[in-house]
Design a protein around this ligand. Structure first.
Ligand code: FEO
Length: 406
């Protein structure tokens, strides 16, 4: 077990390390393991604990607390995020620090009792402009939801110029040297973490950055990986750059058509839709054969596209794997404001088109047009229908209002 480590005046790191972890949250590779960061602030009038750790590491966490204070000194517990990697030790902590009050965001309220395994937990909800004063320390709460759960928040320790950012600015990267100026090069892990956790919430990242920019920040105490103290601005600027929403090129919106085809029937439909989009002002239409796109390209194209139209045949009553792969890329992207559509040629039953349509809706795309299903080889009239679909889709992307059938 390592000891508690001083971060700045009266502030200590009491987090734990998980160096052997190789997969986080099922989807992320963690070649360097990770850490579950937690902090302890001492004041003349008592102690504040900021976040806890994953339950299986709680013994080490409690030993670190005990090396710094007694449990009856703990007055407050700040929970910036209730995901179990940070709230795992909360139930036991509230049993030991029986007088402590827990501070959470209002959105966290429905979850708190089940996580704390108690109906009688003392808590208070807080948001931007609320302050906690204890001794000579002032903690300002900041509402920064959806980073990466709806209930997340941040806080700022005024006297120490420390931002407690929650998952934001984290990385899954364990290095016992702890601070960004002492650890190895973790840039790859910082970007990978952003891409897999924060990218899907870009618009919320931008809102949080607007709040953080009003603060004078010397140290960022995040919830995973190295604490940032050498150059916090560098990491704030990276988040700003990555979160810039690029959905226009030369002032025009992008509509991307992705298709797969067995006998060129779906391909011909795709090209007719593409032709229909060509006349739309303020739109750049693109068309892609999905079988020749790798995942990183799919993600990049989806991210910049306001409109996404997917064409697919039906194979054995299902959607071909490559189309599912395209749809699964959306997990790491923000869907807000995106418009979807689908089409396809089929031989017998054509289930794939309905499945894609349902999936787009489930992903929270706006899906305004009825999908086009054509049996086998499209006729000239049917290709004209596809052309008209493209025209109307373009009009909708440009702001035309239509009633949506749910
Ligand atoms: Fe590190 Fe969203 O939990």
């Amino acid at each position: 077990m390592s000891n508690a480590i001083r971060v700045s005046e009266d502030l200590y790191y009491i987090g734990v390390s998980d160096p052997d972890l190789r997969t986080f949250d099922i989807i992320m590779k963690t070649a360097n393991g990770t850490t579950y960061n937690s902090y302890l602030l001492k004041t003349e009038d008592g102690v504040i604990i900021l976040d806890t750790v994953k339950e299986e590491f709680q013994d080490e966490f409690f030993q670190k607390i005990e090396s710094l204070c007694s449990y009856d000194e703990i007055k407050y517990i700040i929970m910036h995020h209730l995901e179990p990697d940070h709230s795992g030790a909360l139930a036991e902590l509230t049993c030991r620090a029986v007088d402590a009050k827990v501070f959470i965001s209002p959105m966290a309220q429905p979850m708190l009792k089940s996580i704390a395994k108690s109906d009688t937990i003392k808590f208070e909800t807080v948001w931007t402009n609320k302050e906690l004063k204890l001794g000579s320390k002032t903690l300002k709460f900041l509402s920064t939801p959806n980073l990466h759960w709806p209930e997340t928040m941040s806080s700022y320790l005024v006297e120490n110029k420390v931002l407690f950012s929650g998952d934001v600015f984290g990385s899954h990267y364990y290095d016992s040297r702890l601070f960004d100026d002492l650890v190895g090069d973790f840039d790859y892990a910082f970007k990978y973490y952003y891409d897999h956790i924060m990218r899907a919430f870009k618009s919320h990242v931008v809102k949080a950055l607007n709040i953080y920019e009003t603060l004078d920040i010397d140290i960022i105490c995040n919830l995973h990986g190295p604490i940032i103290r050498k150059n916090p601005k560098k990491y704030i600027e990276l988040y700003k750059k990555w979160s810039h929403v690029q959905e226009r090129i030369h002032g025009k919106k992008i509509v991307s058509i992705f298709y797969v085809t067995s006998y060129k029937n779906t391909k011909n439909m795709a090209h007719s839709i593409y032709d229909g989009l060509q006349g739309s002002e303020n739109i750049i239409a693109n068309i892609y054969d999905l079988t020749a796109l790798d995942e990183q390209n799919m993600i990049a194209i989806l991210e910049e596209s306001t409109g996404v139209i997917i064409g697919s045949p039906t194979i054995n009553g299902d959607v071909p794997k490559v189309v599912w792969e395209l749809l699964s890329c959306m997990m790491v992207l923000e869907k807000l404001g995106k418009i979807g559509g689908c089409f396809g040629s089929y031989g017998w039953s054509g289930e794939a088109i309905e499945m894609i349509n349902s999936r787009l809706k489930a992903l929270k795309f706006r899906v305004p047009l009825t999908p086009i299903k054509i049996k086998l080889i499209p006729t000239k009239t049917e290709l004209y229908e596809c052309y008209s679909f493209g025209v109307e889709f373009g009009e909708i992307v440009n702001g035309k209002m239509v009633e949506i059938n749910l």
